[in-house]
Design a protein around this ligand. Sequence first.
Ligand SMILES: Nc1ncnc2c1ncn2[C@@H]1O[C@H](COP(=O)(O)OP(=O)(O)OP(=O)(O)O)[C@@H](O)[C@H]1O
Length: 633
Amino acid sequence: MVRLFAEYGRENLAWFVVGLLASVLGRLIAVVPALVLGVAIDAVFFRNTAYALPLVPSSWLPTTVSGQFWLSFWLVIGAFVGGVALSWVQGLGLAVYSNRVQHAVRVDTYDALQRLDMAFFDDKQTGQVLSILDGDVRNLRTFLDSTLSGGLQLVVAVVGIAGVLFYLNAQLAVVTLVAVPLLAVFTIWFMRTIRPLYRALRESVGALNTRIENNVSGMEVIKASATEDYETDRVADASMDYYRRALAVVRLDYLYQPSMELLAGVAFAATFAIGGVWLIFGPPAPFTGDLLVGEFVTFLFMTQRFIDPLSGAGRIVNSYENARASGERIFGLADREAVVRDASDAESLDAIDGRIEFDGVSFAYATGREVLRDVSFTAEPGETVALVGPTGAGKSTVAKLLLRLYEPTNGAVRVDGRDVRGVELRSLREAIGYVSQDVYLFDGTVRENLLYGAFDATEAEMVAAAEAAEAHEFVSRLPEGYDTRIGERGVKLSGGQRQRLSIARAMLQDPRILVLDEATSAVDTETELLIQRALDRLSAGRTTLVIAHRLSTVRRADAIVVLDEGEVVESGTHDELVELGGLYATLWGIQAGDVSGVSTDILARLVERSRAADEADADRIADGVTADGGEDA
Ligand SMILES: Nc1ncnc2c1ncn2[C@@H]1O[C@H](COP(=O)(O)OP(=O)(O)OP(=O)(O)O)[C@@H](O)[C@H]1O
């Protein structure tokens, strides 16, 4: 909480100060009616004391009874009106302040999130991240908006009213105030006990969000598999977990709040009993002196005003602990250090030729298993290099290392002879176009999707790119052409259409280097032809690293690098590799539908590889999920 202020509190501080001052003044002014009423009872109605108000010189006060009565009246009215005005200023000041801080924290946290390593996103559940950006940030706002001012009001009320009580009757004040240390000790115990419960509650909100988010994204699979009941059960489990944790918090809270009220009530009753006896029979031992009716009435009003905020301390403490748990999650995210980030002396990668070099690269994901071992190859500017290999061989990983989504554990990846770790990430990634098989289209129009990352391109350039990517024709046939909304993930377009849009997008970005992750999914021959033509145009003149699944691509590649279990086992041109009769020749034979000449040994090995890769994936997923404390694997 201190950090929240240090980092975000200073800006807009004026709003905060105004809001807080109004809140404190409001508390102070709220005691005026009770005070004036007590004075009026004794001095105006019973006329057994002189008319005197604390802090006001007696020469300013009227001397006639009616003057004193009407002054009392207007003071009470003034206090009410002033209280309303101050409450308005307080509400506005703190709301503006807390909303501005909320905005800044949310944007900064999102920005920090985007800069985290891909490794973070590999095992972080989306729902957890969303709940940090949404619920946790909101909790901080509530804290700044009401909890903090509530806390300060409490302190002001307790100190201010305690002062007035002592001023009125110091002996009786001791009776009322005995409750304060007891309440404080009880509150400290409560804070310590409820803290871990709030942490657990915030985590379970994240888990529930993750479940729902996953299910909404995968609705097609749920419907197709008719697993609605099963998924409802899973959401119910996550929701029940949240319910249990929320109940644990509430249970403690409902022990605390009424106990506070009870203690405060006992203090009130004791004050009433002793004061009452005092009035009727004179001071009970060890008390001494006089007590007037008006004084006693004021005293009881004040005690009530004193006790109300004290018994409401629970709400403040609660909200503080909730915000604290949220603060831990927010700053925990913001404090994560990205491994992949710009070095202090990083240079920009301007005007490159596009030479790619992998030099003895080894790599392991967070799981620790080495998925690339001593991989070396080069792609000269303008060349197309195809990465080929059985499933799980590490082809996509090679592409990710070129984009520097991860860092190699050994060896170096170079672009134009420069280690990618030494160049600015932004310039590196701008120099590389990525067309993946899992085409992600943002929710928006076709135009917005095409111009993504090439925001300055003109209409003519966009249309030319769409034409070259064989997309213009189908886009023109959409109801609103380039302004047609394509829903989240582009669900209204076919896979082949989405791919062509992503090719057009890459064309507009005009990168020197291209990474193509070819689709394994089958498209009809005509679409295949269109996509191939688009890709040929896109890769012309650019260095292209292609994760190849199509025979046509592999055949035309300048060089083929064959990966097996993370190692380069063969490399050369198509003809050379077929001639060699090794793994490539086998893969080629299988693709071409001719396994007659393929060694059964290699076939058996391939099947084994595929199985091993699947098992590794399953292990990884299981590890990822249980490491997060989520559901069972
Ligand atoms: N994010 C990740 N975290 C941990 N392990 C991963 C991750 N991504 C991939 N792997 C593992 O790394 C190995 C290489 O995966 P990669 O995706 O590079 O293979 P690939 O050759 O592209 O496979 P495919 O042709 O099936 O796409 C696999 O064993 C895979 O299980």
